[in-house]
Design a protein. Structure first.
Length: 184
């Protein structure tokens, strides 16, 4: 109750696991999601901010040089964890997907979108204050999603947390302003 909508975007893993134990559900090991971690590729475009829009929401990720991660906000309001730290990710993935109405509806009767994540497409990998235009591939629902540059080389994610935004709209980037010798 203390979260603003859409509060359903946060998973309480502790409550989920308690339910698994209580109901004696059987779970399997996690599958590889397809990502690799390591050094950043050369290139990319220096950015300070990215904005993503959906019909009912707007998300922003702002690069923090001091924290070395993308700080997240919703509609201009910073997202905070219960402990008071702003939510963020060392790698922010923007995956462009086809979206359609699913069989599910929200409490106001509108359709919940179905995001098609099997197949191939484009997107962006944001890490280290830079945006890399990328291609994604996920051949089956059981396979992980791999990311590559236009030349086919794999894109490594930065060590740490990863947030993924599924969207059918082009993101809006705010480029990092170049610094002049006079501004130092």
């Amino acid at each position: 109750p203390n979260r603003i909508q859409p509060f359903a975007m946060v998973l309480r893993a502790d409550l989920l696991m308690a339910k698994v134990v209580e109901k004696n559900y059987q779970i399997t090991s996690a599958n590889n999601v397809g990502w690799s971690f390591g050094e950043a590729p050369a290139g990319g475009v220096a950015i300070d901010l990215v904005s993503l829009r959906w019909p009912a929401s707007k998300y922003e990720a702002t690069w923090s040089k001091t924290e070395k991660r993308w700080l997240l906000s919703n509609g201009g309001v910073a997202n905070f964890a219960a402990g008071g730290k702003q939510l963020g990710a060392t790698t922010f993935v923007i995956q462009t997907v086809e979206m359609s109405d699913s069989i599910y509806r929200s409490s106001d009767g509108s359709y919940t979108p179905l995001s098609e994540t099997v197949g191939t497409g484009t997107g962006y990998i944001l890490r280290d204050g830079r945006s890399f235009k990328a291609n994604w591939s996920r051949p089956t629902a059981e396979a992980g999603t791999t990311w590559s540059l236009a030349d086919g080389s794999e894109i490594n994610f930065a060590a740490g947390s990863v947030w993924v935004a599924l969207t059918d709209s082009k993101p809006e980037f705010t480029l990092t302003a170049p610094t002049s010798p006079d501004s130092k």
